[in-house]
Write a protein that binds this ligand. Sequence first.
Ligand code: HEC
Length: 176
Amino acid sequence: MASFNTVAGCILASALFAMVVGKVSNALVHPHKLDKPALAVSDEAPQTATAAAPAQELPPIAPLLAGANVEAGKAIFMKQCFTCHTIDKGGPNKVGPNQWGIVGRKKASHEGFSYSSALQAKGGDWTYEDIDHMIFKPTAYVKGTKMAFAGLPKAQDRADVIAYLRTMADSPKPLP
Ligand code: HEC
């Protein structure tokens, strides 16, 4: 048994040694082989960087709203938003303002809530697209917002939540 192990160990060791030697000598003998991929990567890096900037622009949420799942949206709201927002009619403000009738509501307009000056300066009403940006990345959409929420990265999750928000109103706004 011992001798078998020794033999097996030897075979393994020499196999490993051969592999290492192969790798090292490859690198030594063909050093310029590495140059091409390395260059190609650094060539592409700036392009990827410039492409990343427009990628921050969100594709329109409207197409996803038609097929959105209100019940799924409610579940996400209860998990992710309810800590800070009530949504029932006349519900109290918590860390964030009550969300009843938020679709089409004037930004930073809920009475009794002390909004950041950043959100007050934003202006206009909460459209579907604006809410989408807000819940995608609040700090990017309203620089200086008090909404300390990481955001919902998945478009379908946002569409579901927005579809739910829409129903929580005296007269839900038409879908876009
Ligand atoms: C950690 C607490 C917190 C969480 C979680 C949170 N929010 Fe907020 N939200 C706030 C605060 C605070 C504000 C007020 C922002 C300001 O004044 O800058 C706000 C503002 C808003 C507004 C604008 C309200 C208005 O009257 O103009 C919307 C819309 C909104 N939140 C939606 C959501 C949704 C949807 C979620 C879940 C996906 C969510 N928020 C999660 C704290 C939170």
